[in-house]
Design a protein around this ligand. Structure first.
Ligand SMILES: CC(C)(COP(=O)(O)OP(=O)(O)OC[C@H]1O[C@@H](n2cnc3c(N)ncnc32)[C@H](O)[C@@H]1OP(=O)(O)O)[C@@H](O)C(=O)NCCC(=O)NCCS
Length: 149
């Protein structure tokens, strides 16, 4: 998380530099969260954490929809780990909750993340034009969704 290449592809509000205390706080918040609304996992390789993934239930009329986010440490990119984590997490959420739709909205320029979602079976539903401001730039985002079969 102390990597701008990772943070630049995530929402704002994450601490930089990211300290061990920040990580502890995130883990504690996940552990104390409502288990029917938050599905968060460490992504591990040989018992070592190499990334993080979470699926978060939306509210109101979207209560059976959930948003997914994830990242992998840069030394581990390009080995299929994110794709595997996305597949496993979605399977878990569909089997263990009433959620019927999981979506993700990578920045349109985040080709790697779009590719992960496509490989994991997500469908590209369209581009959300001018949907975010990140580092002072107005950006398009792409809507990908996986529907429970
Ligand atoms: C996006 C991210 C999660 C991908 O993790 P990963 O473990 O490398 O992903 P995978 O290896 O499963 O798949 C990556 C795919 O994207 C492709 N890819 C990556 N960068 C690419 C680029 N610039 N152009 C084209 N393809 C690219 C890879 O070739 C691979 O596809 P392939 O298997 O068909 O060759 C990782 O780069 C990351 O953490 N980025 C920063 C945070 C982030 O973007 N999170 C997602 C927010 S929506």
């Amino acid at each position: 998380m102390n990597n701008k290449k990772i943070l630049d592809n995530l929402r704002d509000g994450l601490p930089f530099p990211y300290t061990e205390k920040d990580a502890e706080e995130y883990i504690l918040s996940v552990l104390s969260s409502d288990k029917s609304k938050t599905f968060a996992f460490a992504i591990t390789l040989d018992d070592k954490v190499i990334g993080s993934i979470g699926v978060f239930r939306c509210e109101n009329i979207h209560s059976r929809t959930a948003e997914m986010g994830y990242y992998i440490g840069e030394p581990y990119w390009g080995n299929g780990y994110a794709t595997s984590a996305v597949r496993q997490t979605c399977k878990y959420v569909f089997e263990n909750s009433d959620i019927i739709r999981i979506f993700a909205t990578p920045f349109a320029h985040n080709v790697g993340s779009c590719r992960v979602l496509e490989k994991a079976g997500f469908r590209y539903e369209g581009t959300l034009h001018c949907n975010a401001v990140k580092n002072g730039k107005i950006l398009d985002m792409k809507m990908y969704a996986l529907i429970k079969s």
